[in-house]
Design a protein. Sequence first.
Length: 385
Amino acid sequence: MLWPGSHPRPDRRGWRKDGDALTRQLPIPSGQASLTPEWLTHVLRQDSVIGSCCVAEVSIEPAGLGQVADCFRCRLRYDDAGTPAPASVIVKLPAQDPTSRESGVAQALYSREVRFYTELAGEVGITTPRCLHADIDVGSGLFALVLDDLAPARETDQLSGLSPDDACTALLEAAALHAARWGDPRQRGLGWLQDLREQFSPVYAQILPSLFDAFTARYGDQLEPDELGIITNFRASLGRFLGGQPGPSAVVHGDYRTDNMLFDAAGGTIPLAVIDWQTIQVGHAMADVAFLLGASLDPADRRSHEHDLVREYHRALSGRGVPGYPWDQCWTDYRRYAYQCLAFLVPAAMLVEQTPRGDEMFLTMIGRGCAHVTDLDSATLVCQD
């Protein structure tokens, strides 16, 4: 069910090799209607998930609440009921909404996730669903991921907030991810991650101020005056924040929050599986840590528990062999990256389809993020000369 596992990985692009040629046997699905028994039979058989049996019938329902891509749970019935085969799978496709889809293509979100599952998932310590099939056409943005279905999982809600106990579980998983490539020169071998960072950092520096302006124009009257002031003040310091901070880099999730986590997955046999790897990148590990606690915990819970939670994360890093990262530096970095919530979510709100739940989610998390930077006095690290 999980990476790493004994099941062979899908070929890098979901292609089948015929001699020296690479040919796609069936087109990548363009939407739910294309998730036919024929296509599912083909990809599951191609990647050795099933043998000679065929998918005779598929029942499809939406899965998840993502806005940049569409996920479906496909319940499968086979022509040979006695053959070992998954009863259901999760299929992830590009968003049907054109704004969200264009954002996914322009920021290489779709290709990042495909490459995470095909090239990296088995080499980092974090728990994530096993990828059964992966395919992408980078030019058009069409992609398909077929993943193990880890239902049932305990429902958690981004809006209600993460409990401190669940936050601790999530931070231990984050430590496993970060420690696996902490300051590792092999990251230079992951050219697609390094290239993305070098490609998009200058672009973000140019476009983020205008996205901040668009956000305050759309949502300014729904923000508290102090929240609007924090966002406006941070806008003037975006360049300093995006410039980063010296220190070891790691592979980071980039959107490490409640909606991207399955707690007590597979009927409670898996404490936590992390999903949605579209924003994977090389960066500072504390960006994941601060984003999780700032965006996903109720501020009162965070204030009561964050010091102990970050301490537990730091101990987990040390236990996994990460050297030379003293606690004082860890806490300072955590304070600085409290701004990650605003740096990530303010632009994101303007780059995806606007929906009532999306508005509520963004405003709730951004409100928590403003409280976070206030409580930690993060402005003294980022917004002052």
